[in-house]
Each structure stands twice: as C-alpha cells, then as structure tokens.
Write a protein that binds this ligand. Structure first.
Ligand code: AMP
Length: 420
C-alpha cells in the first residue's frame, strides 16, 4: 500500500477546523499589527540556506532535503523561512519601496529529523520578519506578537525566555573567555560538545548531556559581558515587556550559535508537550542581509511551529473547534423532482446557507439519519403533496417543530429557525 512519507502527516477533514482556527487568529493578530503576508517558493538554491544558516549547524549538515533538478542545480526544500524572506527582500529591492518591511508568513518547512511527537519532517510554521529597523521596540514587538498569538489561541502553560547575545565584537570577546573556562574541562565534555568547542562553542549550552549541563552551569555568562549598547537596548526590551505585562525570564543559556544573530533572542516553551517543548523562537539578525549580498540593514523575527501548538492546546485540554455543523439538510421525497431539488439547494447556498443534500438516492429514512449525523439545524422536506401548491416543509431540529411554507419564503423561515 502507498503511504505518506515517514515524518509527514495528512491533515484530514476532521482536524482541519483546528488548523483554520490557528491560522485565522494568526492572520488577525498580524494584520492588527500591520504586518503584510509574504509567500515564497518552497525550494531555493541550496547555497541560500548553507550560507545563511551555516554549514556547521545540524540543519545544514544533516537535515536538509537537497537534490539536483534537471538543470543540475542543487536545490533544497526550505528548512526555515528567514533566508527565503531575506532573499526576496534583496531580490525585489523592498527596502527602496518602503523603509520598514513588516512581513509575516504561514508555510510548510522540511527537515530530515528523527520524527517523534511534535517533530516532523514536513511541518508548518507561522512567523514574522521585520526588515529595516534597529529599534528595540521591534525586538519587544515580535515577542509581544508571538506571546499574544499563543495566548489568544488559548494556551496557558507557556514561558517566555529572553536573552541578549550582544553585538558580534562583544560576543567574540566573550567566546574567548568561555573557551578559557572550558579548556580544563575539555576531557570531561561529551564528544559532541568537544567538537562544538572548535566549531561553535556557544552551542555547548544546547547540550542535553547531564555532565555538560553541570559544567556549563558555572560557565561565565554572555549576559555579563555585553557591550553598553546591547545592555541598554536589552533593558528597553524588558521595560516594554513589563509594561505590557508579559511574564518572562532572562535565560543566559539561550544562545544561537550563528554569527549573524545579535542582541535580543527569545524562545517560548510549553510545559505540556514533552521533550520538544519549544513552541517558537526568534530574535535579531542584523548581519544576515549583508551576508546574503544585500546592502547592510537590520532584521528581527520569529518562527512558531503549528503542529506543536496544536499538540500543546490538545494536551492542555483547550476546547478546540470541531467540524462546524450544517444549517440545512434538504431531504428529497419524490425522486422525479431531482432538478427542482438541486435548484432549490443551490438557491439556498447562494444565500450563504451551509447546505447539504442527498447524492446517493437514499431512502427518506436514510436521508433523515444522515441529516441527524451531520447535526443539521434545519431539515427541509422537499417534494411532498404540498409541493403541488409550491410549498415545502421545514423542520427545526432543536425544537422538532415543523411547518408548511411557500417555497419563496424558505430563506426567511430558515433564518428564523437558525435564530439569526
Ligand atoms: P526553529 O526554526 O528551529 O527555531 O524552530 C521554530 C519552531 O518551529 C520550533 O519552536 C518548533 O515549534 C517548530 N519546529 C522546528 N522543527 C520542527 C520539526 N521538525 N517538527 C515540528 N515542528 C518543528
């Protein structure tokens, strides 16, 4: 039997309302902050991701879906969105059209990771990228946006963690201090962390090894070695979050081991999704536009995983919308009136009622059973004796009351029965 690719999932009709619920709230909140939607191709030239995300990261070194197309160009299914958005920003000279670009997306991403609860190979993210301003107001705003969306969806058990990575020069100086601290412990570190010591020492903070965690506990902290500018701006971000009553903790181990990241970084975790607890993450990336060949400019953004959010909502037992019920089911009593029956249903649909009819030549009893199953609010009995006088029967399924009405009054009567 043919099956979906390992680590990918179908969203079946019974679950689609949850996705629409999340996406509707995401769009509504981004729009209220005046963010504009951007859509980019799902695949790009491989170099875009290897240059921006970095050769030494897990994503680039082992997780990308990379292949040669027929033109022998190496292409990659996007593992994240920031690189694509920045590529589009540079390619279309968006900075010339508007000095500040506040963009959002809802899109699928691809990473060849080991699938488990909350971790897939094709997954979906919504997120924002703001290009063109160094203002710490925007660092705060993206955290506020992410938090507001998660709260509006109904999540309760979430924690906001923030940190500042400083500017590149202060981080470079700190890295030397960290290496000095780690050198005597090198032989005690896990093999992975020993490799990271050479390539990307900050990432040792991400190690899951208990022993590494103990060693890193006493390590000098990046936050104590920040440059003055980053320190001041980090304070502004915290002041705004406090004023907005957004609870947060400063977590000095929250590092993003890439050179182009700077200043604010943040993550929102859920207490209800097990080991894959990060619902979203982001921060400032002032070096990226230049790295990808654009005129130097500022950037800040975040990405949130939709599957994990839905999982967290389910685990928190948040009431999620089920399939919306039907307004009207039209039962056909006389098979000779098929044309009239279909026209009648179409007329109701044109009036924006959600209408279902019988397509399977079922008996009247079976049609009534189907109407019940679909939890319809109104049943119309179409084609009985009263049809000779251009009348139909409408039945209110809540009250079980039933009345004979002229065909042309159907819309009005249905509206009354729906309580509109
Ligand atoms: P990242 O781009 O790695 O910072 O991830 C941002 C968010 O995307 C995470 O916090 C997760 O919610 C989600 N995410 C990342 N990788 C996966 C995956 N393999 N499966 C499902 N969700 C993911």
């Amino acid at each position: 039997m043919l099956k979906a690719i390992y680590g990918t999932k179908d969203v079946l009709p019974k679950d689609i309302e949850k996705w629409n619920y999340v996406e509707d709230i995401v769009k509504k909140i981004f729009t209220s902050f005046n963010y504009k939607e951007i859509r980019t191709p799902i695949f790009e030239e491989t170099g875009l991701f290897s240059r921006s995300i970095g050769e030494e990261t897990d994503i680039v070194s082992k997780e990308m879906y990379t292949f040669f197309d027929r033109g022998e160009t190496s292409v990659t299914l996007r593992p994240e969105m920031t690189a694509s958005v920045v590529r589009a920003f540079i390619e279309h000279s968006l900075a010339n059209q508007s000095s500040l670009n506040k963009l959002f997306y809802i899109a699928s991403m691809f990473r060849q990771e080991r699938p488990q609860a909350g971790r897939l190979r094709q997954f979906h993210q919504f997120g924002a990228e703001v290009l063109g301003s160094a203002s710490p107001l925007l660092d705060a705003e993206i955290i506020i946006l992410a938090y507001t969306i998660l709260k509006s969806l109904g999540l309760k058990d979430i924690t906001v963690k923030i940190n500042s990575l400083g500017i590149t020069s202060s981080r470079k100086a700190y890295i030397e201090i960290l290496k000095e601290y780690l050198e005597p412990h090198l032989h005690e570190l896990s093999e992975d962390s020993r490799k990271r010591f050479e390539k990307n020492v900050l990432r040792i903070f991400d190690s899951k090894s208990e022993n590494d965690i103990q060693i890193m506990k006493d390590a000098p902290k990046l936050i104590d070695h920040l440059d003055d500018e980053s320190k001041q701006e980090f304070q502004i971000v915290q002041n705004i979050l406090q004023a907005e009553q957004i609870p947060f903790i400063v977590d000095s181990s929250l590092v993003r081991g890439l050179d182009y990241y700077s200043k604010t970084t943040f993550e929102i975790v859920s207490g209800k999704v097990g080991s894959q607890s990060a619902l979203c993450g982001g921060g400032r990336y002032d070096g990226l536009i230049e790295l990808l060949g654009g005129t130097p400019n500022y950037g800040v953004g975040f990405a949130a995983g939709i599957e994990r959010i839905i999982l967290a909502l389910q685990n928190e037992k948040t009431e999620l919308p089920g399939n919306s019920v039907l307004d009207v089911y039209v039962v056909l009593l006389n098979k000779e009136l098929l044309n009239e029956y279909y026209l009648f249903a179409t007329a109701l649909r044109k009036n924006n009622f959600k209408v279902e009819i019988d397509y399977l030549s079922r008996s009247v009893k079976a049609q009534m059973r189907e109407a019940n199953k679909l939890q319809t609010k109104v049943v119309v009995l179409f084609g009985g004796d009263e049809f000779a006088e251009n009348k139909i029967v409408i039945k209110n399924m809540d009250t079980s009351s039933q009345q004979v009405i002229p065909l042309e009054e159907a819309g009005k009567e249905i509206l009354l029965s729906l309580g509109a």
